[in-house]
Design a protein around this ligand. Sequence first.
Ligand SMILES: O=C(O)COP(=O)(O)O
Ligand SMILES: [Mg+2]
Length: 240
Amino acid sequence: MTAQSPAFDVPADADLPPLALDIDGTLTTPDHTVDPRVFRALPAWPAPVVLATGKSFPYPVALCHFAGVPERVVAENGGVVCVDETVRVAGDADRVARAVAAFRERGGDLGWGEADTVNRWRETEVAARLTADEALLREVADEFDLTFLDTGYAYHLTDPDVSKGAALREAAAVLDRDPAEFVAVGDSMNDASTFDAAGESYAVANADEAARAAADEVLADGYMDGTLAVLSRLVDRAEP
Ligand SMILES: O=C(O)COP(=O)(O)O
Ligand SMILES: [Mg+2]
């Protein structure tokens, strides 16, 4: 049986590697919406796919749910890992909360408004809008010993002990896979650790400097076009 997708055919019995895919900038369009081809490509892939994002836990879970694929996700830049029925949460959320309190006391605003659905379900780190006071965020990150990340979509204050890459290693263990079996695609500095953990890594054309430097290869195509180019290449390579 062959599952059809707009960009490639994936034989269901093809020997294809597991994937670690970033979401924003990698599975999306330049308008920040999910590229509709994701809903064909993910279910067609015969090996495990781990979605690794800086977004909070419900976002990648919802994407898996609506794409009809198993819930295999890394959220909050590695703070949360959920693979099949296993969930682990790591990182010093109290320290992050104290850093946010200090940021606010000094006049900072995370920039998401009253409902703040960006942070509402966040368990281990915090995200600020790119319009937030970057210098002040960097100041409190230093003071509270947190990592400052600029993904191009948001600023994050994250426990330095967590990363997408460390989380991918944990996800791989649950899936009984070697992290080196994974092929990773991403676009930002928060994907560099994923690229280190995976055996093969690609930065899409819209990637930032840190992702480009960490990737094995920088793709000619951006966003989902770049990601699909990798998947097509893997399918071609697997064909006898
Ligand atoms: O949440 C962000 O800032 C970016 O999300 P991403 O890791 O899926 O690109
Ligand atoms: Mg991204």
